[in-house]
Design a protein around this ligand. Sequence first.
Ligand SMILES: C[S@@+](CC[C@H](N)C(=O)[O-])C[C@H]1O[C@@H](n2cnc3c(N)ncnc32)[C@H](O)[C@@H]1O
Length: 285
Amino acid sequence: MQTIAEIAENFARRPWKQVAEADLGPAADVPTMLTPEERLLYHWLGRRVQGDGATVDLGAYAGGSAARLLSGLALSGRRFHVHSFDRFRSSRAFWAKYLPDEPLPEADDADLLPVVRRHLAPWADHVTLHIGDIGEKRWTGGPIEILSVDAAKGAVMADHVAAEFFPALVPGRSIVVQQDYLMAVQPWLPAQMVALRDCFQPLAQVPRVGVVFLSVAPVTEAALAAARVGGLTDGRLMQRVREAAKWHEAMVPRARFKAMLDQIRANPGVRLGWQMKQAAARAQV
Ligand SMILES: C[S@@+](CC[C@H](N)C(=O)[O-])C[C@H]1O[C@@H](n2cnc3c(N)ncnc32)[C@H](O)[C@@H]1O
């Protein structure tokens, strides 16, 4: 088993960039919101998995992240299973943008499940779809090898994700991808992770806004209580963002965190990413 230092060195070399699109097989054709580098990262993470625990995909949309994880896991030589969580519903606007080859539904809140099942059919025996609000889901599936978080769009949800899924991570082995980590409108993510800095080591920033972490210590009840972000005042939230800027200074430009502070100032008390975005859009007109 690799030491934490060896894992960190390996990730610093960004070996996923050597993955060829062709290595992804049918996964390469599954529509996704992931950036090109994230697509390679997900496949590579699946391929390098170290144990037989679960892979959890929080925020699946049309199955793009799951497909890339699965294509890698299938080459890992380990037992594997991906648990994808989502409402599996789409607005017409997102559908038109991300699923241009599918017939456009007549109304919003369209059912994505038939499309997702088709996209993930090559790995059907290795996937479970957990349908509905992640905020109401519990994790009872045992150890987690890879946790991809692309659905913590509010502070309360970030607390829920941490409480349900982080205790199942295996120190020294499990990987967490915080997909939205550096988005200015979701400052609760760094605010949460910096309070858990004894439990996680940042490994890499992956454009555009993702950060990959290694679990390095168990996430206990006490650690979770200290890391909660749902009830923070704006002042405490900003303080935590400043601490995160310092924690990540070797990896992430400070401007990223300054943009988060600006968002908090412009949106007092707001703890949902889409509400912050609306305010930013209003300010521009
Ligand atoms: C950015 S998209 C995920 C993109 C996907 N990983 C990919 O590869 O294309 C975020 C997803 O999170 C889901 N989501 C956000 N909040 C949720 C919640 N509370 N419960 C269930 N799904 C949620 C949305 O339905 C959406 O499909």
